[in-house]
Write a protein that binds this ligand. Structure first.
Ligand code: ADP
Length: 355
């Protein structure tokens, strides 16, 4: 069985797959580092003490063992790693070299990669000998041409890795897989969840995406501002200090900043002027960024929506598409996001290649 591990800042999500990719169990520990964490996994649903990621993973493995899934039954552990930098652009068996690569990319994702590394280290200790694999959230976008990823900056900051990367790559890879041989040549994909981005996919490869150096750029999101002028960011840093400004842009902006809630369902139900404006801002900017991506794509054969909003909200899909009628009447698809299954698939592909 393959254990997929997705270590976030205060939660670790896991999913267990058989080799034929049927899901056996999924669950998570939430509230890591808080006064009381919570384990929900298979038949277990209880408060636990989890001051750090190592403890949380130990609890998860103990819970799996108690439910009959011992270490010996794990053929692999597969991790979601948010940022692979410029060097890690394919799923990989985790070796010392890959760990060095993830460390090297840590300045690019200071809030995410350390949690992923903690997860990898913890599993090395808790399940020694079980091979571990990594799939990178940035990797799908490695196919973008330089002109799409390079900021017009002087040489030194460019050499330091200040460029566009793109995120939600596992979600886009999953969308491509789901189309099989019916994949439209020029596909515009929207991942609309609490984070939101879009990707121009030409013959299965990313040619442009709305997120950039960090997942802040592009569309209006649940709590992230989306695109904002660099000088505006510098002014915010002057007004509030850099840390507070970063917090504001990432946690208090977007739908929450405009409409008072990051929950699209609440905003749609509220029907207040602020909520309506937040929803309109979300749809308008999704379409504005789509216009830019369609230039990179050079046409449009199909649109795909995924993520909590993209999958569940027909009114939002309709409003975004209403801004895009000038690009013709194209088929709209809804794809259920399943990054965990994509990660398991990646690991399985590597395992099969290795045997
Ligand atoms: P995450 O990125 O945290 O995994 P999700 O992909 O689950 O988030 O997306 C969360 C968002 O999806 C929330 O804004 C939520 O309100 C929205 N959402 C879920 N169901 C619906 C629905 N039926 N209509 C509109 N929005 C929805």
């Amino acid at each position: 069985m393959i254990l997929v591990v997705n270590a976030g800042s205060s939660s670790i999500k896991v999913a267990l797959f058989k080799r034929d990719l049927t899901e056996v169990m999924d669950g998570q520990v939430s509230g890591i580092g808080g006064a009381l964490a919570h384990l929900k996994l298979g038949a277990e649903d209880r408060d636990i003490a989890a001051p750090d990621h190592d403890t949380a993973l130990a609890v998860i493995l103990a819970s799996l063992t108690a439910q009959g899934i011992t270490h010996e039954r794990l053929t692999a552990v597969a991790h979601r790693v948010v940022h692979g930098g410029t060097s890690l652009v394919d799923p990989a068996l985790i070796t010392d070299q890959v760990i060095e690569g993830i460390k090297a990319a840590t300045p690019l994702a200071p809030l995410h990669n350390p949690n992923n590394l903690a997860g990898i280290r913890a599993l090395q200790n808790l399940a020694p000998g079980v091979p571990q694999y990594a799939s990178f959230g940035t990797a799908f976008h490695a196919t973008q041409p330089d002109v799409a990823t390079i900021y017009a900056l002087p040489k030194e900051p460019r050499a330091a890795g200040i460029r566009r990367y793109g995120f939600h790559g596992l979600s886009y890879a999953w969308i491509v897989t789901q189309f099989g041989d019916k994949l439209p040549s020029k596909l515009l994909a929207f991942h609309l969840g609490s984070g939101a981005s879009l990707c121009a996919i030409k013959d299965g490869k990313s040619v442009a995406t709305s997120m950039g150096y960090s997942p802040l750029d592009g569309l209006t999101m649940g709590t992230r501002s989306g695109a904002i002028d660099g000088m505006g960011v510098l002014r915010l840093a002057e007004m509030y200090g850099a840390d507070q400004a970063a917090h504001m842009l990432n946690k208090d902006s977007g739908l929450k900043g405009l409409g008072g809630s990051n929950d699209m369902r609440l905003l749609l139900a509220a029907d207040t002027p602020e909520a309506n404006f937040a929803v309109e801002h979300f749809c308008y900017w999704a379409a504005r960024h789509a216009g830019s991506a369609l230039v990179a794509l050079g046409g449009l054969d199909g649109v795909a929506f995924t993520g909590g909003i993209g999958e569940n909200s027909a009114p939002i899909r309709k409003r975004i598409m209403s801004h895009l009628t000038l690009f013709g009447d194209v088929p709209v698809h809804v794809v259920k996001a399943d990054e965990e299954r994509q990660i398991a698939t990646d690991a399985l592909t590597l395992m099969n290649g290795a045997t």
